[in-house]
Design a protein around this ligand. Structure first.
Ligand code: HEM
Length: 405
């Protein structure tokens, strides 16, 4: 296909704030579009819902970056740390993926996660207690970030006092903007993260507790179902996946409501709509944007377009989730929307393991904000919200005012 790749302009603040006009153009221009995505990588964007759904369950599309032809994908990972950075379930295919996912899936079932409800509510209330008297807050730093960080740290058994360090390393490891990440910065961040996790695992080995870290250590030591690299990679994945996206769900959800006062009113009047509203926030402006990467193990035809072996295929869930062939009036935020089969958590064997947890946190966080912060309003014009550039999307800051309690 002789298409010129379209550049996703992460250097352009208008695009970073509102990528949807360009997303729409891309979808309308064809089912598969070549594009230069975050990190300067070339990809084939799958822009329509039905094709996205099919691609996410196509075994010819791999999650393992060793199947990518573009040498930059592997080269940008620090050489000494490559093995451990690539040994996680998100980046593996069956049979490794099946084995790794099975080790932790029991801890994330809807029933197990529902048991966390009182504790998530308690953390939520404690964080809001701090801001309620002031009548103003920066809802990302004060609320949307510390909530999921606290929940996942407790679930894993990672000391909460260490959160500032691991947040910094995670930040250094994320691809942001147009340029590839700096390998030296990544290397240092991963080295520190690995040293930290290794020490933490040693401590838990000598003093097991009732947490996921201890359970994973026994899977490694007693049953040999996990090697050391995989153990480190698993803890890292759960820790990071456990908060980085949920912050964005809470932030984007509140930002969307503040931009749509009619929808905010509907939800305040009828909190029973909350579960549907959470699904709508995920569809309307989900945290993974534009989408989910795969690598073609062989030449594959997608919607009549031949994609070469080794190509990076980006299933653009955020574009597909506004496909008018699947969703009526797709650019409209509608908290009463039903039949919302969005792709924000992916689809198929890699479907987000943490979806029940993210939904629970989103539900409690946004529901409690609406209940406890009356007259909630943005403290800056919407155009001044600072959005995260790159493959993850959400407001970096959310300054608000409300009636002090
Ligand atoms: C996988 C999104 C929250 C853990 C995924 C995938 C997506 C996603 C799109 C599929 C990636 C792929 O197919 O390559 C989200 C969003 C979240 C969220 C939008 C919040 C709103 C969480 C939470 C956890 C978590 C709270 C908790 C630990 C995981 C894991 C995987 C995953 C372990 C890999 C599953 C696999 O490879 O089988 N997530 N996630 N996520 N997510 Fe989430």
């Amino acid at each position: 296909m002789s298409q010129q790749p379209v550049l996703l302009p992460y250097g352009d603040p208008a695009f970073v704030t509102d990528p949807f006009p360009l997303y729409r153009q891309l979808r309308e221009a064809g089912p598969v579009r070549r594009a230069v995505i975050a990190g300067g990588l070339d990809a084939w964007l799958v822009t329509r819902y039905e094709d996205g759904l099919a691609a996410l369950s196509d075994p010819r599309l791999s999650s393992d970056i060793r199947d990518a032809a573009d040498p930059r994908l592997v080269a940008q990972l620090p050489e000494t740390e490559r093995e451990s950075m690539m040994s996680n379930m998100l980046r593996s295919d069956p049979p490794d993926h099946t084995r790794l996912r099975r080790l932790v899936s029991k801890a994330f079932t809807a029933r197990r996660i529902a048991e966390l409800r009182p504790r998530v509510q308690e953390i939520t209330d404690r964080l809001l207690d701090e801001v309620v008297p002031a009548g103003r807050a920066e809802l990302i730093a004060d609320f949307a970030l510390p909530l999921p960080v606290t929940v996942i740290s407790e679930l894993l058994g990672v000391p909460l006092d260490d959160r500032y360090e691991f947040q910094q390393w995670t930040d250094d490891l994320l691809v942001r903007g147009e340029r590839p990440p700096d390998p030296a910065v990544m290397n240092e961040a991963w080295r520190r993260m690995r040293a930290y996790l290794t020490k933490l695992l040693e401590i838990r080995r000598s003093e097991p507790a009732d947490d996921l870290l201890s359970a994973l250590i026994s899977a490694r030591d007693d049953e040999h179902r996990l090697n050391e690299d995989e153990l480190i990679a698993m803890v890292f994945l759960l820790l990071v996946a456990g908060y980085i996206t949920t912050v964005n769900l809470i932030g984007s959800g509140i930002a969307a409501l503040l931009a749509h006062p009619d929808q905010l009113r509907l939800l305040r009047d009828d909190p029973e709509l909350l579960p549907d509203a959470i699904e709508e926030f995920l569809r309307y402006d989900g945290p993974v944007s534009p989408g989910i990467a795969r690598f073609a193990r062989e030449e594959v035809e997608i919607a009549g377009v031949s994609v070469p072996r080794g190509a990076t295929v980006l299933i653009a869930s955020a574009i597909a989730d506004r496909d008018p062939a699947r969703f009526s009036d797709p650019d409209r935020l509608d908290v009463t929307r039903r039949d919302n089969g969005h792709l924000a958590f992916g689809h198929g064997i890699h479907y987000c393991l943490g979806a029940p947890l993210a939904r629970l946190e989103g539900h409690i966080a946004i529901g409690t904000v609406l209940r406890r912060l009356p007259d909630l309003a943005l403290a800056v014009p919407p155009a001044d919200l600072n959005w995260r550039p790159g493959g993850l999307r959400g407001p970096l800051r959310l300054p608000v005012t409300f009636k002090p309690g």
